[in-house]
Design a protein around this ligand. Sequence first.
Ligand code: 9F3
Length: 467
Amino acid sequence: MLSRNTYDVTEWPHGDPYDDLGEVINSIIADVKPRQAESHADGRGKPGAVIHIPPGDYRLRTQVLIDVSFLRIQGSGHGFASSSIRFNVPKGEWPGLHELWPGGSRVMVDLPADQIESEADGAAFRVARSGSPRISSVEFVDFSIDGLHFTTDHPETSPGGNPENSYANGKTGILVETANDSVRITGMGFVYLEHALTIHYADALSIHDNFIAECGSCIELRGWGQASKITDNLIGAGPHGSSIYAEHHGGLLITANNVFPRGASSIHLHGVQRSSVTGNRLHSFYPCMVVLEDSSENLVASNHLLRDHEPWTPFVGVDNGLDDLAGLVSISGSGNSVIGNHVSEVVESRRIRPAGARPVIIRLASGSDNFISTNHVVATDVTATASDSCFEAQVDALLATEGSQPLEVTTVLVDPASTRNTILDSGRADQVIVDTAVNAFRPIPSVGDHARAGSAPLVQALREGSR
Ligand SMILES: OC[C@H]1O[C@@]2(CO[C@]3(CO)O[C@H](CO)[C@@H](O)[C@@H]3O2)[C@@H](O)[C@@H]1O
């Protein structure tokens, strides 16, 4: 016998899940509540429920409100497909495409536009409960949330004159409003939402193994929070938003994410302390791809950062408005460790802003006692090209290494407002701008430097040996 706490939206007798999934899920939650009314009955409590969404296209016209713990909404496939690419393919070519829309268990967010006045109104799934304890263990697993279209009133924010390129529609995939514990978002797909995931007041949150792309902003942790993790996701925001943004979090772990362009920033931390950004692959089209703002004692280690130019025609010319002196990694705060990162800066010198400047890679803007060690910067001047074919353009740009020239950069710039920092082996003496009266500095040696007594005969012997 199937447990009464296991539901399938396609078998629920109230509402039509294909026409309004929101109404159906709210009706299921309304069924769970009176059956699980007692918080304690002979040692038993409120186990919550699983709501299954089989593969299919489900329109959502009513917001889902989740105010019970232990609710797991589970589909059978994240179904991501690029909407951005499709919406830039001429409509005449659509009939020849294998598929047009995202697939899997697909929730099509179709909240009436005239009823979206606040971010909360625009959320497909809204988690909110006041009182004590905090809502726990709400889980979103293995389905897709599709915002369907981007729309905008401002032609200047619609690259190529196409509103579908505006990254704006007032829609949010999942909004968690009130304090929460052990929420999980796993295996999900998010596409064409202005905000994919916005989570306030998180404790022990896990955002793991999701595909969150072509959304205005992807992950926003707001309010405050602790002990949470953002791991193993594929993520890419639009030019007005951030791929990963967190504020006032402690003990946040951001690891093993592959963050692709074109977010205004890849990772932006504001007031985040004692957290880790490690082992991520980050790719951006603009400066300030990693921002630590008023953030201290964080570890930024073993990340691979790539900065290059937008290669896809519809978006060429779009940027985040920042110039190349702002730093690819910008830090205000103290006691941060930036260790063992690799940076590839692959830009066209004529496009550097301000014209003729040397781009700054790591900029310590204010604070003290940061430890910057063994970061390797490879900077090249290339001739950037663009193409109408998104995938080809991106792969060509990623793999191009030929014909490039070395580019002069400032690997570390320490502003006067940042002092007592230690900068080791992260740039030659001519690549680092630092006041050594108030900071400790050890440059990377240049070829020919520090020839020690004894090395010359050894080198001579090696040369002779190799003849
Ligand atoms: O690079 C991987 C991802 O990029 C795509 C394809 O390319 C796009 C189209 O707008 O360009 C951006 C920059 O790369 C991506 O955010 C976006 O989404 C996903 O279709 C693809 O999965």
